[in-house]
Design a protein around this ligand. Structure first.
Ligand code: PGA
Length: 256
């Protein structure tokens, strides 16, 4: 059986503060990532560094992705970047629906528009979903289902294999949780649930999106999360800004 590659995404958020530092960080990660046979590494820097970093590598083991995209392709929208612009710059991935964007007003309907425009531009949308809180009545299941179905409304079954879903419970993101990730058994349960939501909608025969976990991933928990979380990879925020930590996360993923 061919071992499926793990997908490890670095979400640099609004870091680092200079292009020089961005290049240095990227090149150090590239040195390791380009040797790993079992990992697809995707670095998502701020927009302003995308082009420079995109020129610093060849091959497929490492790639760069955008952290967002606008939900329309043309028009007078000051400050926005379209899917077609990303495509023209050779960008192959873009995060949409990150909780930090949702907290600024991004709705499932907006996420849905972004996904469709990215697919049209042959860019893989990395769709972030995840509940804000967990409660004893388990309303987080309905919340997640609603988020997935509304975000994918009108997206064809055939497009699913070109989408990545990043399950990121908002409460587990390092800035909200003081660095405590979701327990791997619970992640396992949520990935099964996500797959069920998708196969109920699209049928059993479709190729489902890869499902990643994100939220306080670090060198201590990476092995457990990959081994027991039933996931295809990870979306890493804070730990992706430390060269040593991120290299370690990549190496662990490569061994599993
Ligand atoms: P974290 O961030 O790894 O720092 O929790 C993850 C994210 O926000 O995507």
């Amino acid at each position: 059986m061919i071992k499926e590659k793990k997908i490890i995404i670095a979400n640099w958020k609004m870091n680092p503060v200079s292009e020089k530092e961005a290049q240095k960080l990227f090149l150090s990660i590239k040195n390791v990532a380009s040797k790993l046979l079992n990992v697809q590494t995707i670095i998502c820097p701020p927009f302003v560094y995308l082009n420079t970093l995109n020129k610093l590598f060849k091959g497929h083991r490492i790639a760069v992705g955008a952290q967002d995209v606008f939900y329309k392709n043309t028009g007078s929208f000051t400050g926005m970047i379209s899917a077609d612009m990303l495509k023209d710059n050779g960008i192959k991935y873009a995060i949409v629906g990150h909780s930090e964007r949702r907290s600024l007003g991004e709705t499932n309907e907006i996420v849905n528009q972004k996904i469709k425009l990215l697919l049209q531009a042959d860019i893989v949308p990395i769709v972030c979903v995840g509940e804000v809180v967990r409660d004893e009545e388990a309303k987080h299941f309905d919340f997640l289902k609603n988020e997935i179905l509304n975000s994918l409304d009108g997206v064809s079954a055939g497009s699913l294999e070109n989408i990545i879903i990043a399950y990121e419970p908002v409460w587990a993101i390092s800035t909200n949780s003081a660095g405590v990730a979701m327990n791997s058994q619970d992640i396992h349960e949520m990935t099964i649930f996500t797959k069920k939501v998708l196969s109920d909608k699209y049928g059993m025969k479709v190729v489902l999106p890869k499902i990643l976990y994100g939220g306080s991933v670090n060198v201590e928990n990476v092995e457990d999360l990959i081994m027991n979380g039933n996931i295809d990879g990870l979306l890493v925020g804070k730990a992706s800004l430390s060269v040593n930590d991120f290299k370690e996360i990549l190496s662990v993923a490569n061994k599993m």
